[in-house]
Design a protein. Sequence first.
Length: 299
Amino acid sequence: MNNIQINFSIKDLENLTGIKAHTIRIWEKRYNLLQPNRTDTNIRNYSIKSLQKLLNISFLNNNGHKISKIAQLNEEEIPIKVREIASRSKVEDHAINAFKMAMINFDQVLFYNTYNNLIENKTFSDIFYTVFLPLLNEIGILWQTDTITPAHEHFLSTHIKQKILLNIERLQSLEPKPNSRTFILYLPENEIHDIGLLFINYQLRSKGFHTIFLGESVPLESLTSVLEFFNEITFISYFTVYPEVEKISTYLNNFGNLLLNKSEHNLMLLGPKFIGYDVKELPKNISIYSSIEELTEVL
């Protein structure tokens, strides 16, 4: 495989595996678990093989195996032991590690094989909540700490998005339940992070609701076009990066004045931008939810 990352710093390993650099050094010295290369200035760097091994060791350790016992296993026994445990418990942790390796190597085959193994025993919603969401949260941290590049993040998010779209496609031919409210899903201007919103669309469609997905970066004034078509509208939006914190209150007031003149209409919001937001400032018929699960449970 060409053009993949082959060398990692000890900080990269800490970020990718969750094992502190200090602990990694102790395991190297005491148990000889990893054999790092060293630069001319004596700085450790690690191969992709070392990363894979440490991810497996982390998985075993998190599943109750003492590091002293893991150290007694040979190179071939460690992945075998991982597969044995993953087949009966904590399959989510194993899958997250596999998806990380797929991302690091831009390995589409590994991504799809891992997903196909999951879907044999889990619903798509289960996979999203227990694997994709925790994985995306980790990836956000890895990107912020420069452990991975935006290309890695885009690789992973694009493949997750493809799975959501595939599952939405399977529901498109189903008629909405009678007298269903209409849900308009959109992202505000300059906001492009649509995975959460796409999954909400999938959840709504699976519940038999009528949905219209408008997607990313929709100007506020453009939303007025839907008012003449539907009597009861619930707008749903997900604020990840935009609007800026200091502009949110103005945005919501403008939204209320422009689109919530009828009591039958309302706006449901969620996303990182609302962490710590004072709900007392919310205009009428606007509500904030802390998670996708909380939002979908009230529908």
